[in-house]
Ligand binder design. Structure first.
Ligand code: GTP
Ligand code: MG
Length: 318
């Protein structure tokens, strides 16, 4: 794992240009002067904000990238991307130069259903937001995080309890805290107010740091294999099975060899079987006709529905 030795954060709203397009933030970096040349690790990160309507997702990202807050509510239509360039101090004198795209999605379940795949595919980190006045918005995060992780894999997550400026109306008590501990024991939480700015910097810098950490530690290749496997499994669940041909058509950008390799992995995992026989006899996808169909087993369905990131990391079971 890579640690973070200095809080070398560059406030993204220092050089705001067009609304929602914030690029080039080098001015406020407070790193001590460097004695030796640094190794710069460049990366592009996608971090999504999720949660129910009106919890304050847009307000939080606007506060973070533009230091701006609006009292009136104008719900997000679909989604919006906020690109930000950040420098993050790494172990030693290394520096991560991260182009981060914050994806702010409208908190509407029907939109989530339709746009989950394009919105969440390739996500490296997630900030889930709830409203301290409405405990139901906290409980709803289980589903939001499940959907993100089914598509993106077990990426780093954080939970923001927003609107803490309205402490008099706070409705989060011991029951909610106990639920949170049981469901998300390792997910960091933040008390935020987009209105006052309290906790916002901490929430965003922590989630970005963890995301940078995980991307550097993970290595892209193994992750992309796992992601493809998960996406293929989800598609097979949705369609109640599919043929090799259909999968080639659905994953056009992916080499057929990779698809067949992941089909074999899913069969080895017991997540799918050949539709015709349903038997456990193993035949390599490459040796089978393209029209042969695969269907999902009960075990495969359980893996696909699992809300926990670890269970989705099916790579570890192979
Ligand atoms: N008091 C207070 N109000 C807030 C805070 N954050 C957001 N609001 C208000 O809550 C309302 C909803 O905020 P949004 O940021 O639009 O919520 P959202 O989660 O993006 O909503 P959707 O786009 O519909 O999913 C607005 O009227 C905001 O001004 C906060 O920290 N404190
Ligand atoms: Mg919004």
């Amino acid at each position: 794992m890579v640690g973070f030795s200095c809080g070398a954060w560059v406030h993204p709203y220092s050089e705001a240009s067009a609304p929602g397009v914030i690029i080039g933030c080098h001015a406020l970096c407070e790193r001590p002067r460097l004695q030796t040349p640094v190794r710069i690790r460049k990366m592009r990160l996608k971090i999504v904000l999720v949660g129910e309507r009106t919890v304050g997702k847009t307000s939080l990202v606007e506060r973070y990238v533009k230091n701006h807050f609006k009292e009136e509510y104008t719900g997000t239509l679909g989604g919006r991307v906020y690109p930000v360039e950040l420098e993050v101090g790494l172990e030693g004198e290394d520096l991560a130069l991260a182009q981060v795209a914050f994806f702010d999605l409208m908190g509407e379940h029907s939109v989530r259903k339709v746009f989950a795949e394009p919105f969440f595919f390739g996500t490296h980190g997630v900030l889930a937001v709830c409203d301290v006045e409405r405990p139901a918005t906290l409980y709803a995060l289980k589903d939001w995080l499940r959907v993100v992780m089914q598509i993106a894999g077990p990426v780093p997550a954080g939970i923001a309890f927003n609107k803490v400026d309205r402490a008099d109306k706070m409705a989060i008590g011991p029951e909610e805290t106990a639920w949170l501990r049981a469901e998300f024991p390792t997910v960091p939480t933040f008390m935020t107010s987009a209105r006052t700015g309290a906790g916002v910097e901490d929430a965003f810098s922590t989630i970005v740091s963890r995301t940078v950490d995980s991307v550097l530690a993970g290595g892209r290749k193994s992750r992309s294999g796992r992601l493809l496997r998960q996406r293929m499994l989800m598609l097979l669940v949705d369609r109640a099975g599919a043929s090799k041909n259909e999968l080639f058509a659905d994953f056009k950008g992916v080499a057929p060899g990779e698809i067949m390799e992941e089909l074999d992995n899913l069969v080895r995992l017991g997540a799918i079987v050949l539709d015709e026989t349903g038997a456990a006899t193993f035949a390599k996808a490459a040796d089978l006709p393209a029209t042969v169909r695969y269907r999902v087993t009960d075990r495969g369905k359980r893996i696909a529905e699992s809300p926990k990131g670890e269970e989705l990391a099916i790579e570890e079971i192979v």
